[in-house]
Design a protein around this ligand. Structure first.
Ligand SMILES: [Fe+2]
Ligand SMILES: [Fe+2]
Length: 281
C-alpha cells in the first residue's frame, strides 16, 4: 500500500473507533450539583463561557469548512459529520448549561458569519493544488485547537477539583476532556499524511499563510484575544506562555520548520499568545 492509502485506512479506522467508543455526551448524564455556585462562577465563570462559546461555534466552523474545502475527501466529511460536530456541540451545550446554572448569562455565539479571508481561500480552493494548501492549514488549525482544548480542560479540571466541586469535575469536565485527544489524533494523522504529499511550492505557501493567519483557539478579534488572555491567566497558562505555545505547536514545528534546526516554537505562535496575555492585562 502507498503511504497515502495507508494513512487513509488508518483514518477510517480511527473515525470508526471514535464513533463507537465516544458517543456524544448525553445531557442527562451530567450532574450539576454545585456546593458553592458563587465561588465557582467567580473563579471559573469566564473560562466556562469562553469554552462554551468556542465549542458551540462548531456549527460556524462546519460552515467555514464547507466554504474552505468545497470537495473534501470522504474521510474528512465523515469525521466532521459523524464525530467532531456531534461531540463538540454537546460539549458546548453542557458547559453553557453549567454556566447558566451558576447564574451567568448564556454564551454569545456567532454561528453564521464566514469571514472574507475564508471566502477568498474557498474561491481559490476550487483549484485542486490550492485545495491541498487549504486542507493543510485546516489540519494545522485543528491540531493547535484540540491540543489547546486538552491542556485547558486538564487545568480547569484540577481547578474545579481544588474548589471541591466533584460532581462538575467528574460529570462535566472529565467526560468532555476525554473526547478531545481523539480529535487531535485525527488532525495529526491527517497533517502528517498530507504534508508528505505536498510539493515544495505548496509547503512554502502553507508556511507563509500560517504565519499571518495563526490565532489562539477562539480568538477571532482583539476582544476575544483579550478574553483568551484572561482565560490563560485564570488557568495559570500565563506563567509559562512559551511552554504552552511549544506544546500546542510541536508537530507543526517538526513538519513545517524542520529545516530551522534549534527552533523551539514557531515565532508567530509565541507572539499570538504573548499578545493575548498583554491584551488581558
Ligand atoms: Fe470539545
Ligand atoms: Fe475537540
Amino acid at each position: 500500500m502507498s503511504r497515502a492509502s495507508t494513512t487513509e485506512a488508518r483514518l477510517h479506522d480511527h473515525v470508526d473507533r471514535l464513533g463507537l467508543e465516544h458517543p456524544p455526551i448525553d445531557l442527562d448524564t451530567v450532574d450539576l450539583t454545585v456546593r458553592r455556585p458563587d465561588l465557582l462562577a467567580d473563579r471559573f465563570g469566564h473560562v466556562l463561557d469562553y469554552m462554551a462559546r468556542v465549542e458551540l461555534e462548531v456549527d460556524r466552523n462546519v460552515l467555514e469548512l464547507t466554504t474552505l474545502l468545497p470537495t473534501p475527501p470522504e474521510i474528512d466529511r465523515r469525521f466532521y459529520a459523524e464525530v467532531w460536530q456531534p461531540q463538540e456541540i454537546q460539549h458546548g451545550l453542557i458547559l453553557d448549561r453549567l454556566q447558566v446554572h451558576l447564574g451567568r448569562p448564556p454564551a454569545q455565539t456567532d454561528l453564521t458569519s464566514v469571514g472574507v479571508k475564508m471566502k477568498v481561500l474557498g474561491a481559490l480552493a476550487h483549484l485542486d493544488p490550492f485545495q491541498d494548501v487549504c486542507r493543510m492549514l485546516y489540519y494545522l488549525t485543528g491540531m493547535a485547537t484540540e491540543r489547546s482544548a486538552v491542556l485547558a480542560y486538564n487545568l480547569l479540571h484540577d481547578g474545579v477539583v481544588e474548589l471541591g466541586e466533584r460532581a462538575v469535575a467528574e460529570t462535566v469536565i472529565a467526560p468532555i476532556r476525554r473526547q478531545e485527544p481523539g480529535h487531535y489524533a485525527f488532525y495529526q494523522l491527517s497533517a502528517r499524511g498530507l504534508w508528505a504529499e505536498l510539493a515544495g511550492w505548496q509547503r512554502w505557501l502553507v508556511r507563509r499563510m500560517r504565519r499571518f493567519s495563526f490565532a489562539p483557539v477562539g480568538a477571532n478579534d482583539a476582544v476575544q484575544a483579550a478574553d483568551f488572555g484572561a482565560v490563560m491567566r485564570t488557568l495559570g497558562i500565563d506563567r509559562d506562555t512559551d511552554g504552552f505555545a511549544e506544546q500546542i505547536s510541536r508537530v507543526e514545528r517538526d513538519l513545517l520548520w524542520a529545516h530551522r534546526r534549534g527552533l523551539k516554537v514557531p515565532p508567530y505562535v509565541t507572539r499570538a499568545f504573548r499578545d493575548a496575555a498583554e491584551r488581558a492585562a
